[in-house]
Design a protein around this ligand. Structure first.
Ligand code: DDQ
Ligand code: CA
Length: 273
């Protein structure tokens, strides 16, 4: 076996290296070969619009024709709204039952889908008049964020899990943990599907994570602290966290706002690393 010239020794060594590779945890295995490719983005505000300072924004999406759909939370004042982008004017308001706390909202076909906080009940609305068209029960731990790629729903429940839901049965058809450099990222909140990625507000941070919908890897971080800081510096001390991402895919416009924020911003990203 150890004889000089034998092919067995090099073969044995190759085998050892291979074994070492496979007993190494996947995350450090990656870092053995890859330089982290997570991008960091700063933002530029290209437009700002009025936003109802009483809207505790929990779900936001662009509905075409310069309108937004918004879901707001807080008991006794939760709602689903159709909002005019430029003026912030609430065109249609659906007031929810006072025991529900509105959360993530998404539009698929003619229907809006909404989840609620601390309940597994979701609601379905007509996109044109916001009338309630049904209820559903989901299997996530809680209802936080909701978005769609036009085929299935993506949902979050405040954990690190990103769920894939069947829009007809609301059954979980896939799920995975959102990970940054091998660590779970918790508090995944409001969601938006943008160009094949899932973008998520991380609750109680000024950051949006750009997540691969394939394996949950964080591909990039967007830093938006200046928005909240500037609002507070301007005297808006009652505002809550950044929350709400909306994407106008026809015109490549990206909108963000926050809970009880008096403004909604159109922003552009600048890679800073
Ligand atoms: N969530 O957006 C993180 C999912 C929920 C936020 C809940 C904030 C609570 C505000 C006060 C609640 C009063 C009962
Ligand atoms: Ca959204």
């Amino acid at each position: 076996f150890w004889k000089k010239g034998s092919v067995l020794l090099p073969l044995f060594m190759v085998l050892c290296v291979l074994m070492l590779f496979f007993v190494t945890p996947n995350t450090s295995r990656k870092s053995m070969f890859e330089v982290s490719s997570t991008r960091i983005y700063s933002i530029e505000v290209v437009n700002e619009f009025p936003h109802d300072p009483n809207a505790f924004t929990q779900g936001l999406l662009y509905g075409g024709n310069d309108t937004l759909f918004e879901s707001t939370g807080l008991y006794h004042q939760s709602s689903v709204r159709k909002v005019v982008l430029q003026t912030g004017k609430v065109e249609i308001l659906h007031k929810m039952d006072s025991s529900y706390f509105g959360e993530g909202l998404t539009l698929l076909g003619e229907r809006l889908f909404q989840v609620t906080w601390l309940k597994k009940t979701g609601f379905i609305y007509d996109r044109y008049n916001l009338s309630k068209r049904g209820t559903f029960t989901h299997q996530m731990q809680d209802g936080w964020g909701l978005t769609t790629d036009g085929k299935i729903l993506f949902g979050s429940d405040g954990s690190s899990t990103l769920y894939q839901l069947d829009p007809k049965t609301f059954k979980v058809i896939g799920k995975g943990d959102v990970k940054y450099k091998g660590h779970d990222v918790y508090n995944i909140n409001e969601l938006e599907f943008i160009n094949g990625e899932v973008w998520a507000n991380i609750w109680q941070t000024d950051c949006i994570a750009r997540i691969s919908h394939k394996d949950g890897t964080v591909l990039g971080w967007i830093l938006l602290n200046e928005l909240r800081e500037n609002l507070i510096a301007a005297g808006n001390i009652q505002i809550d966290v950044l929350n709400g991402i909306a994407w106008d895919r026809e015109n490549n416009r990206l909108f963000v706002t926050g809970k009880l924020w008096p403004k909604l911003y159109e922003i552009k990203l600048h890679p800073s690393s």
